[in-house]
Design a protein around this ligand. Sequence first.
Ligand code: 5CA
Ligand code: ZN
Length: 470
Amino acid sequence: MRERWKENFSEWYSEVIERAEILDVRYPVKGVYVWRPYGFKIRSRVVELIRRILDATGHEEALFPLLIPEHEFAKEAKHIAGFEDEVYWVTHGGLTELKVKLALRPTSETAIYPIFALWIRSHADMPLKIYQVVNTFRYETKHTRPLIRLREITTFKEAHTAHASAEDAERQVQEAIACYKRFFDALGVPYIVSRRPDWDKFPGAEYTVAFDTIFPDGRTLQIATVHNLGQNFSRTFEITFENPQGEQEYAYQTCYGISDRVIAALLALHGDDSGLCLMPEVAPIQVVVVPIWFKDKKELVDSEVEKLKEELRDFRVHVDARDIRPGAKYYDWELKGVPLRVELGPRDIEQGRVTLVRRDTGERFSVPRSEVRERVRETLEEISSWLRERARREMEGRIHSAQSIEEIRSQVVEKGGVVRTTWCGREACGKGIEDSADVDILGILEEEAQGTCVGCGERAERVIIMGRSY
Ligand code: 5CA
Ligand code: ZN
């Protein structure tokens, strides 16, 4: 790697995405990228994990169309107002102008809810919990960046639910938050959960809860959102049900989603100056075996490497038999983030041992060949907790508290990170704080506030976090 992970994060990120063969960024449409096989394997494991978590909590996977007719898309006034600048429209079929323009989904409420209206008849049809993993399109005007700000979001994992009471929808919001915590914990991606201020909620939602993580350069990235939609969409799309009292009522809804950004976070948070450091859970190759050949011992080494590969069949193993120097192989696999390297040469064979090298700490040690399976398993687990723990520590080290506008600015803008501070809760004051500090309010924490508002000096009602986001 030419670039340094922390000191030069933005360049590091571009370099590693390309050189570790995650994406090909040369596709000739802005904000749209190609998944290469190595990156795609990581993506598949991430998708598998969220599927497992959602399936285990009673969600069912479905698949709705990409095209949304204009009259459905435009029904919910706030939703269309929030998205109209970002929608791609299909206006023609061949040379014929379409009578009804079709939107490429920027998200799928308006594709799914007209159908929910057909499916839901009575309270017994609920809760209805559906999810899909699809691509969505957003004509983003801010600076696009691989996996972070896409025009084609390729890995949109969106869930949509309907409930017979406001309480049940509220319970669903909590379940969704718990699912996402499990998901990010498994991936070792640390997060801050906060409620978005009203002016920053999802268009059409009652309120939005967001997960943010902090990148090595101190910028935050919103990696998931959970929305309580109340009855806003059910009124618009006439999703009604007969309640136990025999009356017609509008359904209560929630939706929540995660995008490719989770993969951006995985790659960004677990790297270092040598490249990626993949969590063993998602690594396409968990163990790379490098044979150390000596002139007349090549055949011996090769046959032992074959046996070793068989002994390690529980793991995703790759033998690098390329005819290049071992050092060049080490460099490549470090860049690609393979968690564990196993070296096997004539000396190791003679002594009945193998050499292991951890990607995360660089530690190198030798273990008896007879224990290799167990030791590899243990070491992969240790790597996983080491990476998870380091990412958490790094993130926490970037959260500071601030009691004045000046402090907010210096902590966030100069030192790079996030601040906790207190706010009176009034929108005008909140926006004033954002303007004078030139830092955004990310969200409201679920904590009792004490002291005074950093903007107006009146009694504080909320503890908030502020930062600069991608
Ligand atoms: N329908 C709801 C829940 S799925 C929805 O669309 N929410 S959202 O607009 O907040 O998007 C869900 C998540 O997608 C966001 O939290 C963010 O992490 C991610 N996201 C949004 N826009 C982009 C983009 N242009 N590129 C990559 N990820 C994005
Ligand atoms: Zn105030």
